[in-house]
Design a protein. Structure first.
Length: 243
């Protein structure tokens, strides 16, 4: 089994990913489609099961993808239209494709799957290399609430039924800006573990990464519906533009 920082780690979740992690992709698809000129090329980093890419390609856009987990790609290719999307198996931080692209994007906090700041910077820099002049890089990410931790940890009950309980155990490393999760289900089948490690970034840190990559922040919203981004926002959708 691959480790928490291995690009193939999410293979262990491929069989249930859409069922457990499937927010409606429509708002993201609408937002992204509105940024692409007619005939433009689009790149999704960590394309996964194609939750966003497949409907976006269904709009007639030339969508391509990078994914580190082979089984996630198998799930995408089994969907109608999924097999028609060109994909590369590899580490998204390396951006192992040939541009130029008019739009690249990372959704659902996926940038934070990269293990440390250095690899996150690599991702921005390499995206900048394959974007066309004026091309856009869109990042959807949460803002970590550090007040939820007590002495660097947190335990929470996520759901309880007559037959099961879902719990979450978290450890916070403020120096590495990392949270290690263990989401645990106890039911009649036994115990199921769903580990995850995320290296979070503050919006200002992402802006600096973009600047290092020759990009600038063009706009930032609270969500795909373009709600205002404020001090109370717990997530954001940021749009960076290559010079």
């Amino acid at each position: 089994m691959s480790g928490l920082n291995d690009p193939a780690f999410f293979d262990r979740y491929a069989h249930e990913y859409d069922e457990r992690n499937a927010p409606d992709p429509t708002p993201a698809v609408e937002f992204l489609a509105g940024l692409v000129p007619a005939g433009g090329r689009v790149l999704e980093l960590a394309i996964g099961t194609g939750r966003v890419a497949v409907p976006l390609a269904g709009r007639g856009l030339a969508v391509e993808g990078i994914e580190g987990a082979p089984l996630m790609l198998e799930r995408m290719r089994a969907k109608p239209g999924g097999a028609d999307i060109p994909t590369v198996l590899g580490d998204m931080a390396d951006v192992p494709v040939q541009g130029p692209y008019d739009l690249a994007y990372l959704v659902f906090n996926t940038l934070f799957n990269l293990p440390d700041q250095a690899r996150q910077v690599d991702c921005f820099v390499n995206v900048g290399k394959v974007l066309a002049p004026g091309g856009l890089f869109v990042v959807e990410a949460f803002i970590q609430d550090v007040t939820q931790f007590d002495r660097g940890q947190r335990v929470a009950t996520r759901a309880v039924t007559e037959d099961s309980v879902n719990m979450e155990f978290l450890q916070h490393d403020p120096v590495a800006q990392a949270v290690t999760y263990q989401r645990v289900t106890f039911d009649a089948q036994g115990t199921t573990l769903r580990p995850l490690r995320l290296r979070y970034c503050w919006p200002s840190e992402l802006d600096l990464m973009a600047r290092l990559a020759g990009m600038r922040l063009r706009e930032r919203w609270n969500d795909w519906g373009r709600g205002p981004f404020t001090a109370a926002s717990r997530q954001h959708v940021s749009v960076y533009e290559r010079a």
